[in-house]
Design a protein around this ligand. Structure first.
Ligand SMILES: Cc1cc2nc3c(=O)[nH]c(=O)nc-3n(C[C@H](O)[C@H](O)[C@H](O)COP(=O)(O)O)c2cc1C
Length: 187
């Protein structure tokens, strides 16, 4: 079976981020031929500006786009800030609206929050945005409520959450295998 490459984007820049812990835990759950890489560069992207996009996108943006284009599937983990996603993640998504790197790309969305809601509003917000970008958003997402009690030392430790995350990543990998990178973009 050919390799299946999943790229994870985490919307939090915070050291000790719960959502970063989810992304890294997901990476640890993958077995060949599936591999998951956490992209650490979202904080280095400049603010989206259509003029810059048109004239000469900076190397950080080109690198981000290339990584997304090469991925067979994308896992997004996001905090909820003021009932939406983070500015960091929204900014990153804006850079790939025009290029279409997410078109037809399987994407799974996870939100982790210390609250009882598990970031459900950020989850809904992200799903709508990704759908309007024509990403293939998996119907199943994961909201991790009371996440502070389920994550220890940078890893998900709650057994039920680990099982749910494993199921979601397996489903994402399956979707990625069905629509390998390149083909999904009509290349
Ligand atoms: C400015 C700000 C706004 C927040 N708004 C929400 C919110 O609307 N809903 C929520 O569940 N948590 C909210 N939180 C709490 C975050 O969910 C919490 O800080 C979480 O740990 C952030 O994710 P991270 O651990 O991945 O950095 C907010 C936190 C900050 C700093």
């Amino acid at each position: 079976m050919p390799p299946i490459n999943v790229l994870a984007l985490c919307g939090s820049l915070r050291e000790g981020s719960l959502n970063s812990a989810v992304a890294h835990t997901a990476a640890g759950l993958c077995r060949p031929p599936v591999s998951l890489t956490v992209h650490e560069g979202l904080g280095g992207l400049p603010f989206f500006n259509p003029d810059v996009e048109r004239d000469c996108p900076p190397p950080e943006v080109l690198d981000f786009r290339a990584r997304l284009a090469a991925a067979d599937a994308v896992l997004i983990t996001s905090p909820e800030y003021a009932h939406g996603t983070s500015g960091v993640l929204k900014n990153a998504l804006e850079w790939v609206v025009g290029g279409g790197e997410l078109v037809d790309k399987p994407v799974a969305v996870v939100t982790a929050s210390p609250s009882m809601t598990g970031g459900d509003r950020a989850q809904a917000w992200l799903r709508e945005t990704l759908e309007v970008m024509s990403a293939r958003v998996l119907p199943a997402g994961l909201r991790i409520a009371c996440a502070g009690a389920k994550i220890t030392d940078g890893r998900v430790t709650d057994e039920a959450t680990l099982a749910e995350l494993g199921t979601l990543v397996a489903e994402l990998a399956r979707a990625g295998a069905e629509a390998p990178a390149g083909l999904s973009r009509g290349c």
